[in-house]
Structures are given as structure tokens and as C-alpha cells.
Design a protein around this ligand. Sequence first.
Ligand SMILES: [Zn+2]
Length: 227
Amino acid sequence: MEKRVAPRGTVEPRRGKRGGGARESLEWAVSFAGRDLDELREGDWLNLRDDLARFFGGVWRTPGELTGFTTRPNPLPQKAPQPEILRIQREARRLLERAATPLRAGGDVLKAAHGFRLAADWSIEPVAGIPLLSAIGSLRDLFLTRLLFLLAQEGLANVKLCPAPGCGRPFWRAGRRKYCSSRCTFQGWLSTSEKGKTRPKREAKAARERRKYKRRLAERKGGTDAR
Ligand SMILES: [Zn+2]
């Protein structure tokens, strides 16, 4: 189970510290998209719903500092049924895979939205004197809309797809980490060592066999000559 920490994301728009809450929100959403939900126990599901609520509760300044952005999902994240959370995870993963795959021309993170149907009722609501851009919609639509906003604002520097064979899931890259998990780090190490080390070994063995064969051939020849 995850260690519980003080609530991330705030209800107050942050001033000065641009993207403070946004970065944390994006990091959480990316980890959520890559997470194994099959292994969750009942208590973990409760924690996940709390984290989801925190993700939706976060308000951050948009890039131009003109306004904040907030969402009111229905149902509330705390009441989201498991199949709905699983569906949101699948779609978030699909969106992140597209966003993190380098585009051939005119790379733009928002192009990842192509083909997604996202509906919301938008309005401007002043909160504490700051006009907030507010969206009302389904949990799924608003989650993906939020994710797109976050990607557009924070960029893809830390959003990676795991290169381990058979994985490919999105993960938040902190530092030099190359794979999504220690399991994948091992898988990746195995596959590179197979490519890098086993082949020369195999080639060396083949060369030894060739030399042996030639020697035998020469010996046989020598034998007939002597006769
Ligand atoms: Zn992986």
C-alpha cells in the first residue's frame, strides 16, 4: 500500500510557482496510467479513488497566467465504479502512448487528442477573484481533458514509454531511469546482453567449429597424400 502523504493539489490557484501543482498532477496521472490495477486490494482502491479526487481537485494556472482551470466530474471520483476507473486507465494509456511516440512532422502534444471524443460544458467562474475556466462532464472525458491540458503545459520531458520487450507502458522518468520497473530493468538488461554478448559467443563457437573442420579436412588430405 502507498504511504499516505499530505494532500497534493490545492483548491487555491497557485501564484508565482507556475506549474507546481500541475507537474505533480501529471506525474500522478502518468504513474496511474502505467500501474498494475489487477493487484489492488479493497483498501488500495479506496486510496486510488482519493488520489483521483485529488487529481480532479487540483487547480493550476494555465500557461498565459490569464486564468485557472478546474473540473467538476460526474460521478464524483470517490464514487467511481472499478470498471470505470479501469476504462479511464486504458484510455489514458492510449493517449500517453500517442503523445510520447515521436511524431514524424510538426510534433505537437495536442495531436495525441486526434480521434478522442471529449465532451464538456465549459464556463468561466470567478473563484477568490480569479476567473477560473471550469468544465462539467463525465469522469472519463474530464480526466482525459485534464491530462491533455497538463501535457500541453508541462511537456513530455519526463513522460516515457518503457522500452523493455513486451512492456511499452507509460511511466514518469525521474533521473536516468530507463525502464518502468525493476522487473523491466532486468528484462531490458537480459535482452541487451543477449544481443550484445550471446551473439559473439555464438560466433566464436561457429568459428571454432570451422577451424576444427578445416583441420580435419587438412589432416584427411595429408593422409591421402602420404599414401
Ligand atoms: Zn516496463
